[in-house]
Design a binder for this molecule. Sequence first.
Ligand SMILES: NC(=O)c1ccc[n+]([C@@H]2O[C@H](COP(=O)([O-])OP(=O)(O)OC[C@H]3O[C@@H](n4cnc5c(N)ncnc54)[C@H](OP(=O)(O)O)[C@@H]3O)[C@@H](O)[C@H]2O)c1
Length: 339
Amino acid sequence: MAARSGTMRAVQYDRYGGGAQGLKHAEVPIPSPNKGEVLIRMEATSINPVDWKFQKGVARPVMPRKFPFISGFDLAGEVVEVGAGVSDFKPGDKVIAINFPNGGGLAEYAVASASLTVPRPPKVSAAQGACLPIAAVTALRSLQTAGVSLDPDGTAAGRKNVLVTAASGGVGHFAVQLARLGGHRVTATCGARNLGLVVDQLGADEALDYGTPEGAGLRSPSGRKYDAVVHCAAAAGVPWSAFRRVLADAGTVVDITPGFAAGATAILQMVTFSKKRLVPLLVTPRKDEMELLVGMVKEGRLTAVIDSRYPLSRAQEGWARSMSGHATGKVVVEMGGEE
Ligand SMILES: NC(=O)c1ccc[n+]([C@@H]2O[C@H](COP(=O)([O-])OP(=O)(O)OC[C@H]3O[C@@H](n4cnc5c(N)ncnc54)[C@H](OP(=O)(O)O)[C@@H]3O)[C@@H](O)[C@H]2O)c1
C-alpha cells in the first residue's frame, strides 16, 4: 500500500523529568507502517502510570529508546494503511492495539503491530477501548496468576476470597469487575469517596477505606482470609508480614508494582517452599487477552470507568491527573474531539 505523506500533531517529551510541563506539542511526520504493522488514525489513548514513570526515568537508559518520545501505549482508532504482509486488517477497520514500549498514542496517527491489534466492534467506543490494553489486561493476568478463574466450575471450592487494593484505580477497577464476573467474593480497598463506586457499581462484596486502621491492615470486615490478592496500591508499601496475616493457608499476593523487597521475598519463599506466596508481575498484553476483554465490553459485562477525558491539545492535564495518583478509573485523551 502506498506510503502516506504529511505531518501530524503529536505530544512528546525530549528529556527525562519535567512532568506534565515537560510535554511539548509538535508537528511531526506521520509514521509509516512497516512490514506486519498497521497505521491507525487515533481516536483515543489512555494514560497509564507507566507513561509518566518512563518520563521520570524508571527504566533509564533503556526506555524511552530515543528522544523526543511520543508516549501513549494504549491505542484506539481506525486503520488507514497496512504494511506488507498484513491481511487481517484493512483501511476503515476500527481497532484497539497496544504499542509497548514504543508508544506513539499521543498523536493523530500511530503504528502498531498487527499481531497486537484487535477489531473494535461498534458497541465499544474508542474511549472504552483505549482503556483496555494495559489496565484491563493487567487485571486479568493478575487474577489468573493468583489462580482466580474467570470461568469457575461453580463449586464452592472454585470460589475464592479475593482482595483488590486500589480498587478505584485503572487496574483495580477492572480486577474487581473481572473477579465478580468469575463469581468470586471480592474485598476492595479504596479511599472513602469511592466506597460507593466500588460496591454499587463495580460489585465488590465489601470495601475498606485505606485511610482507616482496618483498611490499612487489609482486614476483611467479615473476617475472610484471602486466597488471592491483586495488589495495585503502588505507594502503600505494604510489608509481606501484613499480607501474611490476612492470607489463607495457600494464598497468593500478586504485586504489580514490585520493588526490591518484593523480589527478595518471592525468592525466599521459593527456596523455602512457602505455601503463602508473593508473585511480582510485569505484564505485556497479548492479542487473545485484548480480544477477550473487548468481547466483555461489547456484551456489557465489563465497563471502563473513565475518570476524565481531554482533547489532545490538553494532554498535559490528563498527564498531571494520572500523576496525581488520585484518578478514579482511567484517564483518556481523545483526538479529533472538541478542543
Ligand atoms: N506490573 C504491570 O505490568 C503493571 C501494569 C499496569 C499498572 N502497573 C502499576 O500498578 C499501579 C496501579 O496502576 P493504576 O493504573 O491502577 O493506577 P492509578 O489508576 O493511578 O491508581 C489510582 C487510584 O489508586 C488509589 N489509591 C492510592 N493509594 C491507595 C491505597 N494505599 N489504598 C487503596 N487505594 C489507593 C487512588 O485512590 P484515592 O484517590 O482515593 O487516593 C486512586 O483511585 C501503578 O504503579 C502502575 O504503574 C503495573
